[in-house]
Design a protein around this ligand. Structure first.
Ligand SMILES: Cc1ncc(COP(=O)(O)O)c(C=O)c1O
Length: 382
């Protein structure tokens, strides 16, 4: 972990949004990027490209599809078709391109709140309409509401934008649930866009099922959008992939402008290929560091924040906290950053009804986690 985690002083020299959005007296626990150093071989590759002034337009990069196929086989026992893997800008651009190209204005897109805030803007930017079937919480995690999803499909939803694994609570959906949804999508003619950007971060003791490995029905109805950006900390490089595994769906998705390839970047594409091909030992280390941080955070919450409910992430580095018991006001994250100088993502960003929640990024040091929990604890009996 110490190899992965630079000091806070060094982190504060970073130029990304996480370190610039607030003043330097704020501890940023909000944006979903890890505080870790990137994998040494990606660093070396990017440095070599820069040293050779090799930063022109992106040409053919078969290495991306080849490396992703190998990664998917090793990680999930899934063999994608390299001929159906397209390079695109980032996952957000891919989602909007798919929704705009395959949809017509006014069609409805199912999501499951609470969900990553950009899902709302991607749908709005595509002139489509959000249709929410919220996840259902138990004490351990949040689940898909299969009956609610079927009802929405039956009522004429055109697309299902799935977050798998799910941001913000790190839920990993079962193959059985995904199989049911795939059959329903086929029955009701719904196109599933499965955002699997968090999948490589699934913990070693969990099983992630890629949408296109679920069943024939899933392959007929679905498209996966993903990237190395989230799991290998390369978000600024703007590269992603769009994956299908059915000739008819491939044809549909091929209507999306081929220019998406050129709108990605050479560093991003080759960085992604390097990540998928050669960086799994770094990834395993990062995933294990995240799991250790998760346990540390949950233990601290249990000890220091009575009444604050949280759930067990199955992967990633995000946790979802119900802070109702702290009585912080109508937007707790806003108040906390103003008063305690710790930045969380406001619950309402994930759906209008989640006012009393905050999301924390725990890919950080124990000291940062301590400071975050202490900031919340200061509202106990305040
Ligand atoms: C589920 C999900 N999809 C997509 C993204 C953003 O991906 P990109 O930067 O490739 O658009 C994030 C970032 O946090 C995310 O959580």
């Amino acid at each position: 972990m110490s190899d992965l985690l630079p000091s806070l002083e060094k982190l504060r020299l970073r130029h990304s949004s996480k370190w610039r959005r607030y003043n330097s007296d704020v501890l940023p626990m909000h944006v979903a990027e890890m505080n870790y150093e990137i994998a040494p071989s990606i660093k070396a590759l990017l440095t070599e490209f820069i040293q050779n002034s090799d930063i022109g337009y992106l040409g053919p990069v078969p290495e991306v599809a080849e490396s992703f196929v190998g990664f998917a086989q090793r990680r999930w026992g899934w063999t994608p078709d390299p001929a159906q893997i397209r390079i695109s800008t980032d996952v957000g651009v891919s989602a909007i391109a798919l929704l705009q190209t395959l949809g017509t204005p006014g069609q409805r897109v199912l999501i499951n709140s609470p969900v990553y805030s950009s899902f709302y803007s991607w749908i709005q930017d595509s002139n489509l309409v959000v249709d929410d079937v919220p996840l259902v919480a138990d004490d351990d995690t949040w689940h898909l509401d299969l009956a609610g999803i079927e009802a929405a499909f039956a009522e004429g939803v055109s697309f299902y934008l799935m977050c798998s694994p799910h941001n913000p609570m790190g839920a990993v959906f079962s193959a059985a649930d995904l199989e049911v949804i795939a059959d329903l999508a086929l029955k009701y003619g719904v196109t599933v866009i499965s955002d699997e950007i968090h999948a490589p971060l699934t913990y070693a003791d969990q099983t992630f099922t890629p949408w296109l490995a679920v069943s024939e029905a899933a392959r007929k109805t679905g498209v996966v959008i993903t990237a190395a950006s989230k799991s290998f900390n390369l978000a600024g490089l703007k590269a992603s992939i769009i994956v299908t595994q059915d000739q008819d769906m491939f044809k549909r998705v091929s209507q999306v402008t081929p220019a998406l390839h050129w709108r990605s970047g050479i560093l991003g594409a080759f960085g992604m290929a390097e990540a998928f091909a050669n960086c799994e030992s770094w990834l395993d280390q990062a995933v294990e560091a995240n799991r250790i941080s998760r346990d540390y955070l949950l233990e601290k919450i249990a000890k220091k924040l009575p009444g604050v409910q949280t759930w067990m992430p199955r992967g990633g580095y995000l946790a979802w906290l119900d802070v109702t018991a702290l009585n912080i006001g109508h937007n707790p994250a806003l108040k906390i950053v103003e008063e305690k100088k710790v930045a969380f993502v406001p619950g309402v960003d994930h759906g209008p009804e989640y006012t009393q929640y905050v999301r924390i990024n725990f890919a950080a040091s124990k000291a940062d986690i301590d400071a975050s929990v202490d900031a919340l604890a200061s509202y106990l009996n305040a």
